[in-house]
Ligand binder design. Sequence first.
Ligand code: HEM
Length: 411
Amino acid sequence: MDSLDRHEPGKTENPLSRLAQVPDYVPSGLVYDYDFIFDQGLNEDPQQRFQALHAEAPPVFYSPRYGGHWVVLSKAALHDIMLNYQDFTSSNLMLPPAEVGPVLIPATFDPPQHTAYRMPLNKPFSPAGVAVHAEAIRALAIDIIDSVAPKGGCDFLLDVAEPFPPTIFFRLAGIPLDNLREFRHLAQEFMGSPQAQVRENAYRRIGEILTVTVKARMESPRDDVLSMLATQDFGGRKLEMEEILNYAVLLFIGGLDTVVNNISFTVRYLAQHQELQASLRADPSQIPAAIEEFLRLFAIATPMRTATRDMVFHGIDVRKGDQFLLLTGAVNYDPEAFSDPAEFCPHRSERHITFNQGVHRCIGANLARLELRIFYEEWLKRIPQFRLDPQNPPTFSGGFSVTVASLPLLW
Ligand code: HEM
């Protein structure tokens, strides 16, 4: 309980993060005080904090924050959880568990419902399915990059990374771009607000915005994702309007913070590693392999699972209802799985788990890879050697997504 003794009262800002009583069945050697939202190390440098966790905490440990939950750092343990949806359900993705959490299709469903929801989307999100959007994605990347190129610097997060993925989604889904700004703000409130009322209001407004386009697509379908959700067969039936909205919201949210922050952490890394930056600029054929390593180094999402029964898992007593936070950002630095985990080594034989594994493996992985590749090709072509602004270092924060809060660059 050594780490708990170091806790200073009042350090955290969120009342939900107060320390809970550790249950009797959890041995003190497995307890480590980690606040996945307000941990100070996450604000300073998330990847360094993830590496430090491996040195300081057990591979699967119990944090008494947010009502108490398990945290997974080990790739082997994550693998065993992800491939076992019977014992580890996705049905509640809130921490602490909400009585009525958001319904996110297909993420909050286990098979067989999950399979029925997911099957029809596998094809449009396959490598060939997303490839048809390459030209539009490139045009958008060029537009955004050219808007900052003559300025000699920018806040990369605000000016470049943030507008990129939501605009792609709006185009993919066939939603008019006028609503983009409001929609993005609402999606963040819906996912991030601890207040149920704020989440409910945000969700209602998201529904209003999407309903207009969904109704139009029901009457005259086009070649876009909303038309597909509105007209396809899912397990022998059409989706209800509410299901279409839930699905569309997750597709939007799923590709938002994830891509924005993976790009931002990568660009920060390139700004700090001039040789690598010059080498990728000189030979863009290295970009796809580099992307895989950047995905490993900068995983963003922190999925959750809940135990469906009492069991012994990796030698640990687990009770039904125990929640597991899968810290993918730290799992990718597991020294048992990756040699020299902090080093940039493209072409590693061990695969990263940034998109997770098992039935919920990221449906947008092919789209994300396409967006990343096109983005770096255009960015490195159009922006000369860039570096961090020594007067304004980047800032970061934790949470279900590990994020870059600001990234001033100069060139
Ligand atoms: C670098 C970018 C991305 C990362 C790191 C990422 C990460 C993840 C992870 C870890 C999961 C598994 C969640 C779980 O097991 O509970 C997931 C699922 C999902 N992602 Fe992504 N994602 C990215 C891009 C995207 C994009 C571009 C989209 C948009 C289409 C997307 C849509 C989804 C959806 C809909 C799911 C739920 C899949 C299911 O439950 O079957 N993601 N993502």
